[in-house]
Design a protein around this ligand. Structure first.
Ligand SMILES: O=C(O)[C@@H](CO)OP(=O)(O)O
Length: 249
């Protein structure tokens, strides 16, 4: 049986990851550390012998930068590219731009973790006139207004991501292409939840580290034939623990 290869990469550390701010759809760039992580992701890809044929990214710069740097280091800058808002980070609503440690101190651990990791509780929506709103961002001009979120839970991310998984990414995989998806902590949690059939409760405990390729081998029903593997498992474990601890430092 031939399997289908899917590589997931969370963007490298961004300026706002470094500053510990809720980011969501705010278009921040990679930090110096993030650029190094993206470079390392490319080196890991090259060492692994995996050869992605097509790149999928969100519309956000930190994913696009990570993909470009990684593919450059893997000598695969030439591959086809598709970018779609459905791969964007979870929209963090009115929390966008807020300090995670301050939010934790102000609202308490339970509310903070409900907003960050509950399955179906979105933060309060963002106002269109907020400096951190994307209501007037030209990169979404072709997205129907009713589809553009003002806040999202993980459940809502799954609802907007899965149609694109089915219409585009799945088709490329089934056509025999090795697909690389460079996206975000919560949009990748949504995809991993779907692929690994993780329950609404258990997904709260899953965190995705920045910049380490996660490789899936899928059967013809696009179900994993074995557990997905990080190309650097030790760094992935430490990275996931650091994401889980955000806000508490
Ligand atoms: O701020 C965000 O957009 C996300 C990812 O960086 O954070 P969290 O891990 O808290 O969901």
């Amino acid at each position: 049986m031939s399997t289908h290869k899917l590589i997931l990469v969370r963007h490298g550390q961004s300026d706002w990851n470094e500053k510990n701010l809720f980011t969501g759809w705010v278009d921040v760039k990679l930090s110096e550390v993030g650029i190094k992580e993206a470079t390392r992701a490319g080196e890991l890809l090259k060492e692994s012998g995996l050869k992605p044929d097509i790149l999928y990214t969100s519309k956000l710069s930190r994913a696009i930068q990570t993909a470009n740097i990684a593919l450059d280091n893997a000598d695969r800058l030439f591959i086809d590219v598709k970018r779609n808002w459905r791969l964007n980070e979870r929209h963090y609503g009115a929390l966008q731009g807020k300090d995670k440690a301050q939010t934790l101190a102000q609202y308490g651990k339970e509310q903070f973790m409900t907003w960050r990791r509950s399955f179906d509780v979105p933060p309060p929506p963002i106002a269109d006139d907020s400096e951190f709103s994307q209501a007037h961002d030209e990169r979404y001009k072709d997205v129907p207004k009713e589809d553009l979120p003002k806040t999202e839970s993980l459940e809502l991310v799954i609802k907007r991501l899965l149609p694109y998984w089915q219409s585009d990414i799945s088709k490329d995989l089934l056509a025999g292409k090795t697909v690389i998806v460079v996206a975000h902590g919560n949009s990748l949690r949504a995809l991993v939840k779907h692929l690994d059939n993780i329950s609404d409760e258990d997904i709260a405990g899953l965190n995705i580290p920045t910049g380490i390729p996660l490789v899936y081998e899928l059967d013809d029903n696009l179900k994993p034939v074995k557990k997905a593997e990080y190309l650097d498992p030790e760094a992935a474990e430490a990275g996931a623990a650091a994401v889980a601890a955000q806000g508490s430092k």
